[in-house]
Design a protein around this ligand. Structure first.
Ligand SMILES: Cc1cc2nc3c(=O)[nH]c(=O)nc-3n(C[C@H](O)[C@H](O)[C@H](O)COP(=O)(O)OP(=O)(O)OC[C@H]3O[C@@H](n4cnc5c(N)ncnc54)[C@H](O)[C@@H]3O)c2cc1C
Length: 459
């Protein structure tokens, strides 16, 4: 090919695309970054960041409502949604400005517009063709819906609409008890809404260890969040005031709103990927563990690649690709070692294998588990949160799964993923000193117990 315009040409500036751009530029490569919306993509504008801001506002509301149990007399007068939205939007806008500045300072060329793959190493943006020695596909994902379900953005909404509500709904049906569904259910309940989750699978957050699902279900039940698991959705009708949702079996649930949170599909249709011969499966781009597609010099990262649809996976893949292109021979991203957090009240976090997968891989006799109840952890008592740390190890071997439930336990997953990714043995972790009183101690306690030296745990 004639001299390409860029060493790396990236289609999409979400978590995967912009991470790749930042690292590639840092490594001295010339970078073109094509984006039709806002730099930062789903995570920054309509995903991780705004939802976590809502969840934090929800936590503040809960603390005000429950303040008396700490001997503090505060009254929750209500939720001022414009105020909540201003706080949320302020967080997004500060991070967006920071990101845009960083991208500029690294000398990355941002190409605004809608791109299409028009040649093996060519992306055409609104009529102008750009070429790259390497092309990275990073076009992200969209909120899926179900056949026959008409998302009108007012009564039947997706997470994107849910982030822009100007009032707290009195009642909501959440279709889908996965991460996004449970997070919104948690927010709205804290804001005072009546919430019912409808989930076809037998449990909430079904990708998590069964014990974590059960603990979340118990906590949600206590908070007054209703859920119908093992119950497929059938249809929805508009009523005078909202929606009437019919589920299998014929029950009808009425509410102001229906949030559709049934997963995310890849944004790949009409982008020229299949015309150019990129291997695809049901709309997803197939890539190997080095994020390489079947086309020479064409990579794919983030939500368009089958696997966990998480921002930090996209970041890591983006950085990996930049380093691979620069010839640094980086280590491929291990999907099982990617930490997962549901930021509901309480939180659910995990890394590695759950007990059922571990048992099916190594045999029930080939693993050991230990569960440390947060009831025995000082900081959790102070916070008045319930939950656990559950460890799964190979018999006499390393830790292969960590599962956490409780308020703020998402912050513990950093240590858990180090242990998992460094193939730590409970005996290696047991002597480490954990600051007191912290929730981290609960991780230490669980490892002590599995190493045969229970401290505050009953063995
Ligand atoms: C409500 C919600 C909450 C979430 N919370 C979390 C969380 O707490 N933690 C977490 O890790 N993950 C979370 N996620 C998932 C996370 O947002 C995604 O995994 C992540 O954004 C994927 O990054 P990506 O780069 O693959 O795609 P995206 O972030 O979707 O970026 C793709 C970009 O490509 C652009 N694009 C697409 N097509 C074109 C085109 N033809 N031309 C030009 N540009 C194009 C888009 O405009 C977009 O900016 C959440 C998602 C949602 C929806």
């Amino acid at each position: 090919m004639a001299d390409p315009d860029f060493d790396v040409l990236i289609l999409g500036a979400g978590s995967g695309g912009y991470a790749c751009a930042l690292r590639a530029a840092q490594l001295g490569l010339s970078v073109g970054l094509v984006e039709k919306g806002n730099l930062g993509g789903t995570c920054l504008h309509v995903g991780c960041i705004p939802t976590k801001a809502l969840l934090h506002a929800a936590e503040v509301a809960d603390q005000a409502r429950e303040s008396e149990q700490f001997g503090v007399r505060a009254t929750l007068e209500g939720i001022d949604m414009p105020g909540v939205n201003a706080y949320k939007d302020g967080v997004v806008s500060r991070l967006y400005k920071g990101l845009a500045g960083l991208i500029k300072s690294r000398g990355i060329t941002v190409i605004e517009g809608t791109g299409r793959l028009t040649g093996p190493r060519e992306v055409t943006v609104d009529g102008t063709a750009y070429t790259g020695r390497n092309v990275v596909l990073a076009s992200g994902s969209y909120a899926r819906t179900l056949p026959g379900l008409d998302v009108d953005g007012e009564r039947v909404i997706t997470s994107e609409h849910a982030l822009r509500l100007e009032n707290v709904p009195a009642s909501v049906v959440v279709l889908g008890g996965g991460v996004i569904g449970c997070e919104f259910a948690s927010v709205w309940r804290s804001f005072g809404a009546e919430v019912t989750i409808v989930e076809a699978l037998p449990r909430l957050v079904a990708a998590e260890d069964e014990a974590s699902s059960k603990a979340l279900e118990r906590a949600f039940r206590k908070r007054g969040i209703a859920f119908r698991t093992g119950t497929p959705f059938q249809s929805v009708k508009h009523t005078d005031t909202g929606v009437a949702v019919t589920v299998e079996g014929g029950d009808v649930i009425e509410a102001d709103l229906l949030l559709v949170a049934v997963g995310r599909g890849p944004v790949t249709e009409g982008l020229g990927y299949d015309e150019q011969g990129v291997s695809m499966d049901r709309g997803f781009v197939l890539a190997d563990d080095r994020c390489r597609t079947n086309l020479e010099g064409v990579y794919a990262v983030g939500d368009i690649v089958p696997g966990l649809q998480l921002a930090h996976r996209g970041f890591q893949q983006g950085v990996f690709v930049a380093e691979d292109i620069a010839g640094l021979d980086p280590r491929p991203v291990d999907e099982a070692g990617i930490p997962r957090v549901t930021y509901s009240h309480p939180e659910v976090a995990s890394v590695g294998l759950d007990e059922a997968k571990a048992a099916s891989t190594y045999g029930a006799d080939g693993i050991e588990t230990f569960t440390f109840d947060l009831g025995g952890n000082g900081k959790s008592q102070i916070l008045k949160t319930q939950g656990f740390v559950k460890l799964v190890r190979r018999k006499d071997g390393p830790v292969i799964g960590v599962h956490l439930v409780g308020d703020r336990v998402g912050e513990l997953i950093g240590e858990a993923q180090l242990i998992y990714n460094w193939e730590g043995y409970p005996e290696d972790v047991a002597p480490l000193v954990h600051a007191h009183p912290t929730q981290n101690e609960a991780l230490g306690e669980a490892h002590l117990a599995l190493a045969g030296k229970p401290f505050h745990a009953h063995s």
